[in-house]
Design a protein around this ligand. Structure first.
Ligand code: ADP
Length: 755
């Protein structure tokens, strides 16, 4: 079915440096185009291939099984010829002969600039081609304009105006794996490691890597260190050791300079440390490992949404429209003007050359500056005890509640260090709210939480129970006996419910009027006021790894897999697992499961296996339906397959809760812990205790809400948010997976058109 009278043709190319996640974009563009009746082409080998006419029509199966492949299957290359007008003339001729006047370009600022220049010159080039007789006038007349939608593919995350670029998240995963590995060997020998990461002009990878890896220090291109940085660095290493650190990691981006324009290389850092401490740090340059490998879950699902959106943009482009880039702001997709966005990105180089470092850092966005300053606080050991005010050190307890979520330790560590920095006395409660009643509380010093950033599980333990009426007396007594001034609860809905219950009883128990801040950490992603809770990215990556293996196991036989994920009644984890692994179907509580659906599914399965298909993957959320269990689905499909294929069901289980936190979950943990400390500070400063609140990041805003509002945002019976923002991605799953019952496509609800 087409949105247009004539089928339109569009081409996709990947250009410049490759990045994990380019393939999911290619797959989504091709399949979205096919879905709406457009004709997709691939231009192989980037702009060079456009000159050499490596333009091929794509069919559905051309992009099968590429979701998990690193790099780009359609090839990328650099081309000096394309920079010249003559090269672009050849490209225009090749495109117009193939009937193509719409392009989705995945690349960095160079590739995207080239694309827009081609668009600008398009009419002139076609006139020339007609004049010289190389193309017919009526052919040119059918393609009066070139339409461009760009997707930024760059592991460096160096495009100003978009929060993330394709490949960055995967590169960070590689960096974190490496830093974790180095940390353990560094700790064994009390050694210093200097880790060089990519990012010639952008310190994103270095800063986030250092933050998530719990490094001692970081140097980034946007902020050349002030003179004397070598002494400051060595002092920081010494202070860290004194505070109990065994490992010391320094992260440096490859393109760093000092304030005199001299390069700061890993070797220079090594020499500086050796000269001052006598220790000889080891250097590890991570190099191209960062660029390679399978895309992370984020670089699969988000890239799929980007490809879908970019394809719809060029297919529906109106005459006279400027080129656009599909970017990401606060987990929403956004249409950005290409020329302006690239120009803003280039300005960063000018700022650095002019020495305007503040402007360079500012260009990277507010969260970049915030993370930089949080990193400084978290990595600097405290010299002496601080006081909040007038010799007062408020006693702030940290505890967990609900199921385990990877990143709980990272959040607790950050809260402890940031709290100590504010002049709080930080206390760890063992075993959640029941532990608090028992009085299982211990002080936590700066060094006590060293190494927690990378630990899975919860060092403080957690408890799933929701406290009720019989517990209030003991709870109030313990809060008073331990002199608690505030509590930070890092956990899931059980913790929120206890906080809610306490707020409702605050008239009777004055002890419950203390600031109690709920920080969202749950792999179910079912918490109010927050888009993505701590732990869910790790759980998703665990599922992706597991399902990739399941897929491969089936490659030799005709098999259907029904894979069950966690998430209770909230379908986020199931849907994103499905989008990230190329599943055909997902069963969610939100959309329901009934017999009619299963009948249709079995018919579709039979048709699929009649063809060339050897695998059919369906993901089931654990509480999608009370009666249609994974095993029941297996038996239904087995019966209805009549021996044409076999069916297996797999329940992924608790490994989803037990993963090593991803970089995303670690940095999110830091950011939310900082917000929690700010909330506590604000309430203690005002002396006006507004009591329990939950915090989070919604639509990019860091916010806090009174816990009494929870039932306005949550369906507390089913324990799911009333407005699951992510559900709008469901039609994208059906567009890129082989579904026959197609519907007209709409842009995502999380897409800001900005026109
Ligand atoms: P990236 O796209 O990752 O920034 P490059 O800067 O190497 O990588 O660009 C990739 C290709 O895009 C170049 O080889 C060239 O063909 C094309 N290109 C880059 N800059 C321009 C430009 N200013 N004008 C035309 N084409 C360009």
């Amino acid at each position: 079915m087409s949105d247009h009278a004539d089928p339109v043709s569009l081409a996709i190319l990947t250009s410049g440096g490759d990045a994990p996640g380019m393939n999911p974009v290619v797959r989504a563009v091709v399949r979205t185009a096919l879905h709406v009746g457009a004709r997709p082409f691939a231009i192989r080998e980037g702009w060079r291939g456009a000159i050499d006419n490596l333009i091929e029509p794509m069919v559905w199966s051309d992009v099968s099984s590429i979701l998990d492949k690193g790099g780009t299957v359609i090839g990328s290359a650099r081309s000096t010829e394309f920079r010249e007008r003559e090269g672009m003339r050849t490209v225009a001729a090749n495109l117009v002969r193939a009937g193509i006047d719409r392009l989705v370009v995945i690349g960095g600022d160079g590739s995207l600039t080239g694309a827009d220049t081609l668009r600008e010159r398009w009419t002139g080039l076609l006139d020339e081609l007609v004049e010289s007789g190389e193309i017919e006038a009526d052919v040119a007349a059918r393609h009066p304009e070139l339409h461009i939608a760009g997707v930024v593919g760059s592991i460096d995350n160096d495009m100003v105006g978009t929060d993330m670029t394709v490949g960055t998240n995967s590169a960070l995963c590689r960096i974190i794996d490496a830093i974790d590995a180095l940390t353990s060997t560094a700790a064994s020998h009390q050694r210093v490691f200097v880790v060089e990461v990519m990012g010639r002009r952008c310190g994103y990878l270095a800063l986030m890597g250092a933050m998530a890896g719990g490094a001692d220090d970081v140097i980034i291109p946007e902020l050349p260190p002030e003179d004397g940085w070598e002494d400051a660095m060595c002092e920081k290493i010494r202070a860290g050791r004194a505070a109990g650190r065994r490992d010391s990691i320094i992260v440096v981006a490859e393109g760093c300079m000092d304030r005199h324009g001299e390069k700061i290389t890993a070797q220079r850092i090594q020499a500086a440390i050796k000269e001052r401490t006598g220790e000889s740090p080891r250097i590890t340059a991570l190099g191209h490992v960062q660029r390679g490998g399978t895309p992370s879950a984020y670089d699969r699902w988000m890239s799929t949404l980007l490809g879908y959106t970019a394809a719809l943009e060029v297919i529906r482009a109106e005459p006279g429209e400027e080129s656009c880039i599909i970017g990401i702001r606060n987990n929403r997709l956004q249409r950005l003007p290409l020329v302006e966005t690239v120009a803003n990105t280039k300005k960063v180089i000018d700022y650095l050359e002019e020495g305007d470092y503040e402007a360079a850092v500012r260009s990277r966005g507010t969260s970049f500056s915030r993370i930089k300053s949080l990193f400084e606080t978290l990595s600097s050991p405290l010299g002496e005890d601080r006081y909040f005010k007038d010799g007062w050190r408020p006693r702030v307890a940290i505890l967990h509640a609900g199921g385990l979520a990877p990143g709980m330790n990272a959040a607790a560590r950050s809260a402890v260090r940031l709290g100590l920095d504010r002049g709080f006395e930080m206390l760890g409660v063992e075993g959640g709210f029941p532990g608090l009643i028992r009085g299982d509380i211990r002080p936590l010093a700066w060094g006590d939480v060293d190494g927690w950033v990378s630990l899975g599980g919860a060092e403080l333990g957690t408890a799933r129970s929701v406290l009720g009426i019989e517990d209030y007396f003991g709870l109030a007594r313990s809060i008073e006996a331990n002199g608690l001034d505030a509590i930070i609860m890092i956990g899931g809905l059980a913790g929120y419910e206890t906080a809610w219950n306490m707020a409702k009883e605050a008239d009777r128990y004055t002890a419950f009027r203390l600031p109690l801040i709920c920080v969202p950490a749950s792999i179910d992603n079912n918490l109010p006021g927050h888009d993505l809770s701590i732990g869910v990215d790790t759980a998703l990556n665990t599922n992706v790894e597991t399902i990739d293996k399941i897929r491969r196991s089936a490659s030799a036989s005709r098999r259907c897999f029904v894979v069950e994920t966690m998430g209770r009644k909230c379908g986020y984890l199931a849907l994103m697992s499905a989008l990230s692994t190329g599943a055909e179907q997902v069963y969610l509580h939100e959309t329901g499961v009934d017999l009619a659906l299963l009948t249709k599914e079995a018919e579709r399965m039979n048709r699929a296996f009649d063809g060339s298909r050897s695998l059919y993957l369906a993901i089931r959320n654990e509480d999608a339906s009370k009666y249609y269990t994974a095993d029941l689905l297996r038996r239904v499909f087995q019966q209805e397959g009549h021996g044409a294929f076999s069916v297996r069901s797999t329940i992924i289980g608790h490994q989803q809760q037990g993963g090593i936190p991803t970089s995303y979950d670690r940095t999110l943990a830091v950011s939310l812990a900082a917000l929690a400390i700010d909330e506590v500070t604000a309430q203690l400063e005002k002396k006006e205790r507004v009591g329990a609140r939950y915090i989070g990041q919604h639509n990019g805003k860091l916010e806090s809400h009174p816990i009494m509002r929870i039932d306005e945002e949550m369906d507390m019976k089913d324990r799911v948010p009333l407005d699951p923002w992510w559900i709008s991605a469901l039609p994208v799953l059906y567009t890129v997976a082989a579904r026959e019952d197609t519907t007209p496509l709409e842009h995502l609800a999380i897409y800001d058109d900005n026109r």
